[in-house]
Write a protein that binds this ligand. Structure first.
Ligand code: NDP
Length: 475
């Protein structure tokens, strides 16, 4: 039924396109309706290879001391066969399945059953029930923002266990890392498949579903915009933030504990990675309400890309630096350590201030001060599927006057700092900066394409006023 309605809507859209290009471009914002061959090829590539990439990195650390070339060399020279590598790989264990199930269940309890209390005593923190952005169908969803609280409770319990209770070793995550990988994959695939079936059979909001007719594209990029179970269990908010991002800092702590166990000390590079990534994670939870207005929540549908990505890709590949440092404990000289810390902190500052400027500007509808002055902006308009016209503004001052995505530039500087902390002897820890550069450049282009579809000629005025994407004068 929902599929039928959507097809009809799509046909109506096409009809409007032939009537009036400008008008049609304004109502076609949101995820793609038609799949070009390049998108399809990229999606098939990712569906097939992303799980292998994760396995390869983690296996390389487990069996080859984090060398990415040694497994290939072994295979090419016939020193080892694929089956030798596979047979050496730890399998799924009952212990890992138990740990993982408890972990996810605990995060569900924190998310669903403990309303936010942090906003009651933390000045400046926005938590509790908050509204998301207007969806293409014109709906405004409500969210219970309690991620900071979940993060604090989880970490207090972690430290209480490590220092007093000793129910389990703080190295538990590292010690079960590959068996846990299988559990994370099971959850990632299960939730993505469930989301696909739900999109067809019982969507939360049929008007916000998109069917391209291509199974792989729909599976990967999602059908439902904001799938929910009941009123409050929002798939995107839960899987994006927890269990992946809450786990990020715990995983790093587990790596630090492993260094202590193996070498009797924690290196300054491990401390740097823990601190810089810890700031990034805490920032995410402190600003969880703001996160409702970012691309992940505002524009992406929920499919394998978010479901599997949040369960597997994020916790396993975003934490590679800490994992690497367990195998190669790097002790940095003071000048290098200070330089990397500064790069990470300046990157974070740019990332935060740029995001804050946009948030403040949008919340106050431009009635605020950016760098001590009234912000400059371009007025723009767009339409939702029911033809309702909305008005918005695009800021052209502050960091948003320097480049169209200076927040990404700050993010990339921070990402580079994590990698540099690992020294220069292996390429594995540098995967993160390479990946983030591809991700954010692609995201930049994807976002601009969407904004052009949404705002039409107003977007063109904006790009004329702010001509660079990431680095002023260069790109
Ligand atoms: P942005 O926060 O930059 O949001 C882009 C949206 O902001 C646009 O779609 C548009 O939305 C609006 N916008 C664009 N230009 C302007 C302007 N000049 N004035 C006002 N509004 C504007 O992008 P993301 O959501 O991708 O990123 C949020 C943060 O998350 C970034 O700092 C990024 O670095 C980080 N991030 C980190 C990732 C990670 O894996 N570590 C992954 C992805 C993001 P509208 O339709 O409302 O006009």
């Amino acid at each position: 039924m929902a599929a039928h309605q959507e097809k009809k809507l799509a046909q109506e859209r096409k009809h409007r396109t032939t009537q009036n290009d400008t008008q049609a471009s304004q109502v076609q914002w949101g995820r793609a309706w038609e799949v070009d061959w390049f998108s399809l090829a990229s999606i098939l590539f990712l569906l097939m290879f992303a799980p292998l990439i994760v396995y390869y990195f983690i296996m390389a650390c487990d069996q080859y001391q984090c060398s990415l070339t040694a497994p290939v060399f072994d295979l090419l020279t016939g020193n080892k066969g694929l089956s030798d590598i596979w047979n050496k790989t730890p399998t799924l264990t009952y212990r890992a399945a138990g740990i993982y199930s408890l972990w996810v269940a605990f995060q569900v309890v924190l998310y669903m059953f403990i309303p936010d209390f942090c906003h009651k005593f933390l000045p400046g923190y926005v938590g509790g029930v908050q509204e998301g952005a207007v969806t293409p169908a014109g709906i405004v969803n409500k969210y219970e923002i309690n991620g900071l609280q979940a993060w604090i409770i989880t970490h207090v319990l972690w430290f209480a266990n490590a220092n007093y209770f000793h129910f389990f070793s703080p190295t538990i995550i590292f010690d079960n890392w590959i068996p846990l990988l299988w559990c994370a994959n099971i959850l990632g695939y299960a939730v993505s498949t469930f989301a696909m079936i739900k999109g067809y059979c019982f969507p939360t909001n049929a008007k916000d579903c998109k069917f391209t007719g291509n199974f792989f594209y729909d599976y990967m990029m999602g059908i439902e915009f904001n799938p929910r179970i009941g009123r409050w269990f929002d798939f995107k908010l839960f899987f994006n933030g927890r269990p992946g991002i809450v786990a990020w800092t715990l995983i790093n702590l587990s790596y630090a504990a492993k260094q202590q166990e193996l070498y009797g000390q924690v290196t300054n590079s491990m401390i740097l990675v823990n601190v810089l990534q810890g700031i990034y994670v805490l920032d995410f939870f402190w600003n969880e309400a703001w996160y409702l207005k970012t691309i992940d929540i505002c524009h992406d549908h929920f499919g394998w890309y978010l479901g599997w990505g949040d369960c597997v890709w994020l916790p396993y590949l975003y934490t590679l630096q800490g994992l690497y440092l367990v195998y190669h404990p790097v002790q940095l000289g003071t000048a290098n350590a200070v330089g990397i810390l500064m790069l990470g902190l300046i990157g974070y500052y740019i990332f935060r201030v740029t995001n804050h400027q946009k948030d403040l500007f949008r919340r106050t509808d431009g009635n605020c001060r950016i760098w001590g002055k009234k912000p400059e902006y371009i007025e723009c308009s767009y339409m939702s599927v029911d033809g309702t016209k909305y008005y918005s503004k695009l800021m052209t001052s502050g960091f948003w006057g320097w480049a169209r995505h200076f927040n990404y530039t700050g993010d990339l500087m921070g990402s580079l700092a994590y990698c540099l902390a690992c020294g220069f002897t292996h390429i594995l820890p540098y995967f993160y900066i390479v990946y983030m550069t591809i991700l954010l450049t692609h995201r930049c282009i994807r976002d601009e394409h969407r904004c052009f579809s949404k705002y039409g000629k107003d977007w063109k005025h904006y790009t004329a006023a702010v001509p660079y994407r990431l680095i002023p004068g260069i790109f």
